[in-house]
Design a protein around this ligand. Structure first.
Ligand code: 5GP
Length: 212
């Protein structure tokens, strides 16, 4: 089925800028869609139900797990997050390429259960860069920064299991680092669209007409 959409899972440590990269891809390329997840965490100011997330109670999340409604789900920072199978099916059937911006556990689950899923990992350019970003926020204690760096180390160790690595450069060194990273993500999406298997139906028709 050549007109079916493809699934892209994007992860990377907090502070590497994956949300900004995904937002930039969506803004520039309306042909790419983002899946809206379910979460048990409370909405933050400005977050709208059904837009940022589907905000659900613990009981509702339990029921969705019991119904096997999730494509993947995971515990992240004391809350649960999950991608609905119905959302994935609907978007892919409509021919949309779909991004899931989810945590590392969710990405590894998705890639393990479906070999057609493309995994993209967003990295900071260096430890020094990440540490400087965390310190510059000025909101974290030394202990909190140490814990965060430990978590980043664990996440980056899983990067070998993805298909593509995006290095989000430091904007003070590369001023359009965000745009470059977003275009790299989009180029991965377009490369997958141009794969032979995605174009067999077109080629069959073209060759049939040329041989008629
Ligand atoms: P936040 O609460 O800051 O919006 O997100 C916290 C973390 O949960 C982020 O790493 C985000 O990528 C991840 N996340 C969001 N939605 C999902 C989902 O549906 N599944 C999984 N596994 N992780 C998610």
């Amino acid at each position: 089925m050549s007109n079916r959409g493809r699934l892209f899972v994007i992860s990377g440590p907090a502070g590497a800028g994956k949300s900004e990269i995904v937002k930039t891809v969506l803004k520039r390329h309306p042909d790419v869609k983002l899946s809206v997840s379910c979460t048990t965490r409370a909405p933050r100011p400005g977050e709208e139900n059904g837009v940022s997330y589907h905000f659900v109670t613990d009981e509702r999340f339990d029921a969705l797990v019991a119904e096997n409604a999730f494509y993947e789900w995971a515990h992240v920072h004391q809350n649960r997050y999950g991608t609905l199978k119905s959302v994935v099916r609907q978007e892919l059937d409509a021919g949309h390429d779909l991004i899931l911006e989810i945590d590392v556990q969710g990405c590894l689950q998705a890639m393990a259960q479906d070999p057609t899923v493309t995994g993209i990992f967003v990295c900071p350019p260096s430890r020094e860069n990440l540490e400087a970003r965390l310190r510059n926020r000025g909101t974290e204690t030394e202990e909190a920064i140490r814990v965060r760096l430990g978590n980043v180390a664990k996440e980056c160790a899983t990067a070998y299991q993805y298909h593509y690595i995006i290095i989000h450069q430091d904007w003070s060194v590369v001023p359009d680092a965000l745009e470059i990273a977003a275009e790299e993500v989009y180029s991965i999406i377009t490369a997958r669209r141009r794969e032979l298997d995605a174009n067999r139906e077109f080629l069959d028709k073209l060759n049939a007409s040329l041989n008629a």
